[in-house]
Ligand binder design. Structure first.
Ligand code: HEC
Length: 93
């Protein structure tokens, strides 16, 4: 019984995570971030974006500079999405 609910809760949490990335991908596409960027921009660079914390900061800088009206939690979702897809840092805040 315990095992079964553990499996179900694992399944549910991965579905939630998937939905979260999907929403973030939509935000990211709608904000036209890729008019300036290519995928090559989103690789970790020593001394620049080399941690999850710095990724939060550069995404903030870019959305403010471009008048992208995301809520902070939406921006964080986009950071997680970019991290999941490209950077692969350990998530810390
Ligand atoms: C008007 C052009 C422009 C737009 C639009 C733009 N950016 Fe940027 N972005 C830049 C520039 C310029 C840099 C700095 C590049 C550098 O210093 O190497 C940058 C840097 C970044 C970086 C750091 C890249 C790295 O690893 O060094 C991230 C992540 C990023 N932007 C995300 C976004 C997101 C998310 C959006 C959409 C909300 C966005 N950008 C929209 C111009 C833009």
């Amino acid at each position: 019984m315990f095992k079964k609910s553990l499996i179900i809760s694992c399944l549910l949490s991965s579905i939630t995570l998937f939905a979260q990335y999907e929403a973030a991908e939509e935000l990211f596409d709608d904000a036209s971030c890729m008019t300036c960027h290519t995928e090559m921009d989103f690789v970790p660079k020593p001394g620049k974006v080399d941690s999850f914390k710095k990724l939060i900061r550069v995404v903030d800088a870019c959305r403010f500079a471009n008048d992208v009206s995301w809520f902070d939690y939406e921006s964080l979702d986009v950071v997680r999405y970019l991290n999941h897809k490209y950077y692969k840092f350990e998530e810390t805040e």
